[in-house]
Design a protein around this ligand. Structure first.
Ligand code: PRP
Ligand code: URA
Length: 209
């Protein structure tokens, strides 16, 4: 069974509360999503392996720690997942970036694929899939299926807000994929929107309401 890592740090929770407020404008919403992604990045990279390196400081020779060559691919689920890329990329500047385009059909609420571009050698990298919203879980599960079809075996899912229904679906279909999330909200409404949620993340990021 995959683990759910709830990032309940006060700074993350404070910023998320401002994002949820319907009066928060698109530019602030985007900025806060960037900041939260960077902060969540600390947790998602917490278990990265380290190695000893010898460094000449201005005062002496010291044996110190560096990350031992962990290769990462950040893969946003378009559109809203794009809002989480820059924060992660500022934390892991050598990460490659891929893209998976999926939109949720308004009637069926099922994901419809429209684009997939992944970096060369993605199967040898840790894939961090990003999407602020994990609602029914359909989009995340299809995105995980896609990267698994390309041979990826080391996959993590980073979301901002999740519904219990979405977490359950990912855990059942992909028990090998850990989920990192800033909030587990109460439930879905009749249109499969998360409650209390924050509305349509893509529209709020890109001002397309
Ligand atoms: C939203 C969101 C997720 C998906 C979550 O995307 O960003 O990708 O819905 O819902 P699910 O868990 O029920 O699949 P949307 O389809 O609105 O596309 P957008 O990001 O382009 O706005
Ligand atoms: N997609 C969103 O953007 N928000 C939700 O609450 C559910 C799906």
């Amino acid at each position: 069974m995959s683990q759910v890592h709830l990032i309940d740090h006060p700074m993350v929770q404070h910023k998320l509360t401002i994002m949820r407020d319907k009066s928060t404008p698109s530019n602030i919403f985007r900025q806060l999503l960037y900041e939260i992604s960077l902060l969540m990045g600390y947790e998602i990279t917490r278990d990265f392996p380290m190695e000893d390196v010898v460094v000449e400081t201005p005062l002496e020779t010291a044996t110190l720690k560096k990350i031992a060559g962990k290769k990462v691919a950040i893969v946003p689920i378009l559109r809203a997942g794009l809002g989480m890329v820059d924060g992660l990329r500022d934390l892991i500047p050598v990460a490659r970036v891929g893209f998976i385009g999926l939109y949720r059909d308004e009637e069926t609420h099922k994901p419809v694929p429209y684009y997939c571009k992944l970096p060369k050698g993605v199967d040898k990298r840790l894939v961090i899939l990003t999407d602020p919203m994990l609602a029914t879980g359909g989009s995340a599960c299809d995105a995980i299926d896609l990267v698994k079809q390309k041979g990826c075996q080391d996959i993590r899912l980073m979301c901002l807000v999740a519904a219990p229904e979405g977490i359950k679906m990912v855990q059942e279909k992909h028990p090998d994929v850990d989920i990192y999330v800033a909030s587990i909200d109460r439930q879905l409404n009749e249109n499969c929107y998360i409650l209390p949620g924050l509305g349509d993340a893509g529209d709020r990021i890109f001002g397309t309401e």
